[in-house]
Design a protein around this ligand. Structure first.
Ligand code: NAD
Length: 333
């Protein structure tokens, strides 16, 4: 029903902000968006939603947030790109409080469905040592050897969802996101991920007259990147599916980090010399999403091409960069 209460935890963040906007655009009149950040730091603020600033690690705040809700989407986590998660493992692990207390509150409130945003960082590191990547199947999370800190928290929280479903009958759905990118996300400050960081560095090079661009690692790491619109469609479809086990939600269009730099340089219309920082955090060597299951269940997989999504992301970051540095925005070609 369009007036059922939908709660989006982490609604001030990148994916949560887009999800709130999606529900509002779909005509939902009762959307509550909750985030720990002050409102002026939210990427998107809906005029229609009930916007709440609260720390969801706190159990009482979760109870207040979930009161009267029919669906809860948990997108709240203390997270960032490799530079953040490799150096802030305790903070990443503390997000376990958010999901645990939200599950308890949702169950107590009689919520109908609960969505949890997991990550490809749950996958066993031994399956990701080669750049010549074999796409990760859902079963590859076990035996468990996830990313230290962040990945362990995600794996544990996935299991909490499973046990709340099995023991208490709360309908839980879990998607393992593979790198999500797009406008209205973090692009500087230390939490940004590779697509946004590369856009910012190349925009900076173009604005200031072509300096060297630093690339973390040798650039041969392979990854896939999912555009935000595909992610939002996937979240909603998975939430309303009968998929009980965690499922991949990611693009299967694989690229290297060097390939991503080439693409952004082409969008910017400049040549950039690169300096590879081999001491910087670079993550696993190879990672891609096996989409057999999502194809089977939903007859769909994320399909927005990297070059199309990156152009929109580049243009948005160029505007933000210009505002922050009081310069003219550089144009894509
Ligand atoms: P984001 O950092 O932009 O959004 C997360 C939001 O959660 C932030 O606005 C943050 O302030 C909020 N938050 C953190 N702790 C909170 C707390 N205690 N109480 C209330 N709010 C809190 O990140 P995102 O990219 O939008 O990611 C959303 C979810 O998707 C996260 O769970 C993340 O781990 C997961 N994920 C994202 C990606 C990706 O590529 N972006 C990949 C895999 C998984």
């Amino acid at each position: 029903m369009n007036n059922d209460l939908i709660v989006v935890a982490g609604g001030g963040g990148f994916i949560g902000g887009h999800l709130v906007e999606h529900f509002v655009n779909q005509g939902y009149t009762n959307v509550r968006s909750v985030d720990i950040k002050p409102l002026d730091q939210w990427y998107k603020v809906s005029e229609v939603a009930d916007n709440v600033v609260a720390d969801l690690k706190d159990k009482a705040n979760c109870a207040t947030a979930c009161r009267g809700a029919s669906q809860v989407y948990n997108l709240a986590a203390d997270m960032g790109g490799m530079g953040f998660i490799e150096n802030n493992k305790a903070l990443c692990m503390l997000s376990v409080l958010t999901n645990t207390h939200l599950l308890q509150a949702a169950n107590d409130a009689g919520v109908e469905r609960f969505f949890y945003a997991s990550s490809a960082c749950v996958y066993n590191a031994d399956k990701q040592v080669n750049e010549d990547v074999v796409p990760l199947r859902e079963a590859d999370a076990y035996p468990a050897m996830p990313e230290d800190g962040y990945g362990w928290e995600k794996l544990f929280s996935e299991r909490m969802c499973r046990h709340f479903r099995e023991d208490f009958g709360l309908v839980t759905r879990v998607a393992r996101f593979h790198n999500v990118y797009g406008p209205f996300g973090t692009w500087d400050g230390g939490r940004e991920k590779a697509p946004a960081a590369i856009c910012r560095k190349i925009i900076e090079a173009k604005t200031t007259g072509g300096h060297e661009v630093e690339v973390w690692g040798d650039g041969r790491q392979t990854r896939s990147f999912m555009y935000i619109d595909d992610c939002i469609k996937g979240i909603v479809d998975i939430m309303h599916s009968d998929i009980e086990e965690p499922i991949n939600l990611g693009s299967s269009e694989v690229t290297t980090i060097n390939g991503l730099v080439d693409l952004v340089a082409e969008i910017a219309g400049i040549d950039v010399p690169r300096q590879h920082n081999l001491d910087a955090p670079k993550g696993v060597n190879g990672r891609n999403s096996d989409n057999t299951k999502i194809q089977q269940y939903l007859d769909w997989e994320p399909g927005i091409r990297l070059k199309d999504g990156m152009r929109k992301t580049f243009d948005w970051i160029a505007e933000e960069y210009a505002l922050a540095h009081e310069t003219e925005p550089v144009a894509s070609v």
